[in-house]
Design a protein around this ligand. Sequence first.
Ligand code: F6P
Ligand code: MN
Length: 333
Amino acid sequence: MQRLTPTLRNDQVDEALISVINSLQTCAKEISFRVGQGELAGVLGSTLSENIQGETQKKLDILSNQLIKEILLECQHVAAVASEEEEGIVLGHPEGEYLVAFDPLDGSSNIDINSMVGTIFSILPVPQDGPRDASMFLQPGRNQIAAGYILYGPSTMMVFTTGKGVRVLTLDQTVGEFLVTNLNLTIEPETTEFAINMSNFRHWQEGMQNYIDDLLAGTSGPRAKNFNMRWVAAMVADVHRILCRGGLFAYPWDARSMDKPYKLRLLYEGNPMAWLVEQAGGAAHSGEERILDIVPTDIHQRVGVILGARNEVATCLRYLRYEEGSQLDSKPV
Ligand code: F6P
Ligand code: MN
């Protein structure tokens, strides 16, 4: 079975980028060990403490952030990193060719219940001109050079794309190496499964409420088929399921706070997942535009997310537009 580096070389990935992705792989192994230790990580995890300056008592999301930051900044090809856990960017090597945005431990509340969490990453090129500050990261997701996630579940998996399909590797714990287990994940265009936090129903736009109502109506409603629902409450795990067996995932616009009407972040959640899903033949939309076309104005910007099976995403968007196009007198299906 193939390892990570030969897989990247087959995809004609340049050596500088391979080195950045290998650094992420090193982070993944360390975090995987700590997540696996669970409650014991604060005690037994200290066996790895030399690598991360003994920060063993910190919560795992803070620890993961420090670990990824330190390992990435040691890589001479990384010019700067942006993390969910850091307010500003952290500069790396002046000659570095790449920027890395990451969510160190997505779904970290799942840690407390021994459920799935993951690290999400997005790699962008350093812009040719302009200041070396946070503005370097304000590029649309379509500029990504590589993106993916590491899922810490019953097994640890790395799922990534460099624009040549979606590659999946599984961490072989016996040798401590990621080995290729699927070279081309794809998402069927049709589905009968969706993932959404239903407790937010009353906060959604009318179009989204109508869409979900019609999914719930099953064979007796206008969709004329039954839909199943799944919700892990960690985006990384919910999107992984969609890449593995299809479906639609949504964290849509939400009226709870007009200041931050969305939950998920564009740079290190929306963009990498959108690119993976598109690479697998699915679609990813904010409700207003293709996620990968959004030009960010802030590194921690939030975004609406509707992604997965492309025909189902299109149907959901028709419901959202129907609400706006008030001259229409019938529902979209
Ligand atoms: O990172 C944000 C996140 O943890 C996602 O992984 C997940 O999809 C979402 O929040 C769940 O939030 P909530 O439980 O509030 O719906
Ligand atoms: Mn997250």
